[in-house]
Design a protein around this ligand. Structure first.
Ligand code: FE2
Length: 376
């Protein structure tokens, strides 16, 4: 009976009532958007795209939009202490507020998700300027995070109404980052399945992979994770929750410092991870390091790969293989002072998984950092 029910449920979720065209942008609420924008230009190689602030008629906040290939980041700061962004930064530190998803119809996206139980953040709103019309709507997620649905087929401006094209003298030069591969949430104890259900029932996503605490544990700490994907696979959200271990889970450390649930990491894809990571390291991005012993039996674990072992080891790039191919990946240290948000750089060579074979080495590296912070 359970099987029949779950099959029926599966069939229902396969009808894609929420077709997504990918990640439109990710907005970060930060303490100083001007400086954050410079860091993402100079260190990560994003290029200036658009600006909104008092000069463009926005009185309460400033925002800088940056782009590298298909990745658009927006950094926003409040101009006054009473603004929501100021409260968000006070509580969480710098972090992700919005994962905006591109849709053909923002009104339908809002209707379909709210009727299935999503809590509305923004009813369908039509923004117009000389460049056309952009339609958006939004729903609440875990913690204070939101999804915005962005419909921009009839909009030709730099980014969106309220913004002006931004073309400063200083321009970042790209590092080969192409698109958002996946975006990971950390949720509280026993909350993972609640958010799995949310993505299945409200957003029509499927659970494509699950890891229990036996897959993701070291001697000291553990977590559980389930990966949710939309129908066409363009949008993937792994969801982590802490699990009991001898010491504090890295997810718990995040929850303590973010003061709640939120985005843990954003994975950005490249076609040449050695080149991308070399440039990022030269520009000061710090990555987690695994011990040299990781590389000793790497090829016997993953088989033949196109890359030379030496630069991978030098840069600290990890490799994992699944049935469909292999992938190369590396993780930055947190990019703000709180041990919260970090980035992953990933190159997929067939593999559609998430580097399960690297979890242990990786989490041991994270624990060394946790221990140095006194939080293990
Ligand atoms: Fe990841």
């Amino acid at each position: 009976m359970a099987t029949l029910l779950s099959k029926k449920k599966k069939d229902e979720t396969l009808k894609d009532f929420l077709p997504l065209e990918g990640t439109d942008f990710i907005e970060f609420y930060v303490g100083n958007a001007k400086q954050a924008a410079h860091y993402y230009q100079s260190a990560f190689g994003f290029e200036p795209l658009a600006y909104a602030g008092p000069e463009t008629g926005i009185k309460e906040k400033v925002s800088y939009a940056l782009r590298q290939n298909k990745i658009t980041f927006v950094f926003s700061t409040a101009l006054h202490a009473s603004h929501d962004i100021a409260a968000h930064v006070h509580l969480h530190g710098d972090g992700v507020k919005t994962i905006a998803l591109r849709v053909a119809n923002a009104e339908t996206a809002w209707n379909e998700t709210t009727k299935r139980g999503a809590r509305s953040y923004l009813e369908t709103t039509r923004l117009q300027d000389n460049y056309g019309e952009l339609v958006m709507s939004g729903i609440h997620l875990y913690g204070e995070t939101i999804h915005l649905f962005i419909e921009r087929e009839n909009y030709n401006g730099a980014f969106m109404p309220g913004y002006t094209a931004w073309n400063p003298t200083y321009q970042g030069s790209p590092t080969g980052l192409l698109y958002v591969d996946h975006c990971v949430a950390n949720v509280g104890w026993n909350q993972m399945n609640r958010w799995v259900d949310f993505y299945e029932e409200v957003m029509g996503f499927r659970n494509i992979l699950s890891f229990d605490d036996k897959d993701i544990s070291t001697e000291y700490s553990a977590l559980m994770s389930k990966v949710m994907s939309n129908g066409n696979g363009y949008v993937k959200f792994p969801i982590n929750e802490p699990a009991e271990g001898k010491k504090k889970s890295q997810v718990e450390e995040y929850l303590d410092f973010y003061q709640g649930e939120g985005v843990q990491h954003i994975a950005m894809a490249t076609h040449d991870i050695i080149k991308t990571v070399s440039q990022l390291q030269q520009r000061g991005i710090e990555f987690l390091k695994v011990p040299d012993s990781y590389y000793k039996d790497l090829l016997s674990r993953v088989g033949n790969i196109d890359e030379q072992l030496e630069p991978l080891q030098e840069l600290g790039i990890l490799v994992d293989r699944d049935d469909e191919g292999y992938l190369l990946q590396i993780f930055t240290k947190p990019v703000e002072d709180r041990p919260t948000l970090f980035f992953e750089i990933i190159q997929r060579k067939g593999a559609q998984s998430f580097g399960k074979g690297n979890f242990k080495a990786l989490f041991e590296a994270i624990e060394r950092e946790q221990e140095a912070r006194g939080n293990l």
